[in-house]
Design a protein. Structure first.
Length: 286
C-alpha cells in the first residue's frame, strides 16, 4: 500500500483541504483490507516483542481528531493482538487542577512509555494548540500575563517540535495520526449515537457545541500540522470516513515504522550459552 500520500513531512506547504476524508486505497473489498490489517497487527506484535527484548527503542502513537472520528475504535482494532504487557494507552482529557498548576508537557512526561513498549496517546499535548487555541483558554490559564503574547502559538509549535526531536534523539519515535473525518460523516455518527440506544452513552451535548467551531478547529489543525510536520516526525492524515480504511492504513504505517527500527532478539554470549547448557544438564539429571 502506498502510505506516502498520507504522510506530511514538510509542513510548510500543507493544505488540509488537499487531503481526502473518504478513500479506499487499493481495496475493492473491505474484507481484503481486514486481512491486511490482521497481518499488520501480527507484524506489530512480533516487532514489539523483539523491541521489548532489546529494550532500546520505545514507540509513541498519538491520535488527534474531531469527536466521533474513530480514535478509540482505531486503537482497539489495530492493537488487539499485541501483547498487553507491551502496550499502554492513555486518554488526555481536560487538565486537572494539579495538571494546570504545571507546564503543559508535565502531564505528558508522566505518561511516556518505557523503552521496549508502545505508548498510545488518545489526544495529546496537541490539545494545547487546538482546543486551547479555539476557545482561547490560554487567557484563563496560569501563565504570567507578560508571557501571553501574539507569539504564543508559534512558541508552542516550536516547543512541540523541540520536544518531539528530543524524544526521537533519545530513542522514542512518535507516530502522529490525524483522523480526517468530514463534517457530514460526523453528523451521521452523532445521529446514530442518538438513535441507537447502545451508543447513547457515547454521545455528549458538548460534542455538538464543539462541532459549532468546526472551521476554527480545521484551521487550528492545519496550522498545527504545518508547524510540526517534519522529516523525522511526520504527521499521517488518515481519511476517516471509512473506519475500516483508516484502521488498515494506520496498521500499515505502524507496522512499517516499527519494523524500520530493526529490532532483533539480543544475541546471547558464550558465557550465557554455557550457563544454559549447565541448566539443561541439571534439569535432565533430576
Ligand atoms: P470520547 O468522547 O470518544 O470518549 P474524547 O477524547 O473525546 O473521547 P472526552 O472526555 O469526550 O474524550 O473529551 C476530552 C476533552 O478534553 C476534549 O474535548 C478535549 O478537547 C479536552 N481536552 C484535552 N486536553 C485539553 C487541554 N489541554 N485543555 C483543555 N481541554 C482539553
Ligand atoms: Mg468526546
Amino acid at each position: 500500500m502506498d502510505i506516502s500520500k498520507y504522510r506530511v513531512s514538510n509542513g510548510s506547504d500543507f493544505v488540509l483541504a488537499d487531503y481526502a476524508t473518504r478513500d479506499r486505497g487499493p481495496y475493492k473489498k473491505k474484507t481484503h483490507a481486514l486481512k491486511d490489517q490482521k497481518a499488520n497487527t501480527a507484524i506489530i506484535a512480533s516487532e514489539q516483542d523483539k523491541m521489548y527484548a532489546q529494550d532500546h527503542w520505545g514507540v509513541i502513537i498519538l491520535t488527534q481528531a474531531m469527536d466521533a472520528a474513530g480514535k478509540d475504535g482505531l486503537i482497539k482494532h489495530v492493537l488487539t493482538g499485541v501483547n498487553p504487557l507491551g502496550t499502554q494507552v492513555f486518554s488526555f482529557k481536560q487538565p486537572s487542577a494539579e495538571e494546570l498548576d504545571h507546564d503543559y508537557l508535565w502531564r505528558i512526561n508522566q505518561r511516556l512509555p518505557e523503552r521496549g513498549r508502545i505508548g498510545i496517546f488518545n489526544r495529546s499535548y496537541y490539545e494545547d494548540v487546538l482546543v486551547v487555541k479555539v476557545h482561547n483558554l490560554i487567557a484563563s490559564s496560569k501563565l504570567p500575563d507578560q508571557l501571553i503574547t501574539d507569539d504564543i502559538w508559534d512558541q508552542r509549535y516550536r516547543q512541540i517540535r523541540d520536544y518531539e526531536r528530543y524524544l526521537a534523539e533519545n530513542g522514542f519515535i512518535i507516530i502522529k495520526f490525524f483522523l480526517n473525518v468530514s463534517k457530514e460523516e460526523q453528523k451521521e455518527r452523532f445521529l446514530s449515537r442518538i438513535d441507537n440506544q447502545s451508543k447513547n452513552w457515547k454521545f455528549s451535548t458538548a460534542d455538538v457545541r464543539e462541532r459549532g467551531h468546526w472551521d476554527e478547529y480545521m484551521d487550528a489543525y492545519e496550522k498545527a500540522i504545518q508547524n510540526t510536520a517534519t522529516e523525522d516526525n511526520p504527521w499521517y492524515i488518515l481519511p476517516a470516513d471509512r473506519k475500516w480504511y483508516a484502521r488498515t492504513l494506520a496498521s500499515e504505517i505502524i507496522a512499517k515504522r516499527i519494523s524500520a527500527l530493526g529490532n532483533k532478539y539480543p544475541d546471547v554470549g558464550e558465557e550465557k550459552l554455557a550457563e544454559l547448557e549447565i541448566a539443561r544438564q541439571q534439569l535432565e539429571d533430576e
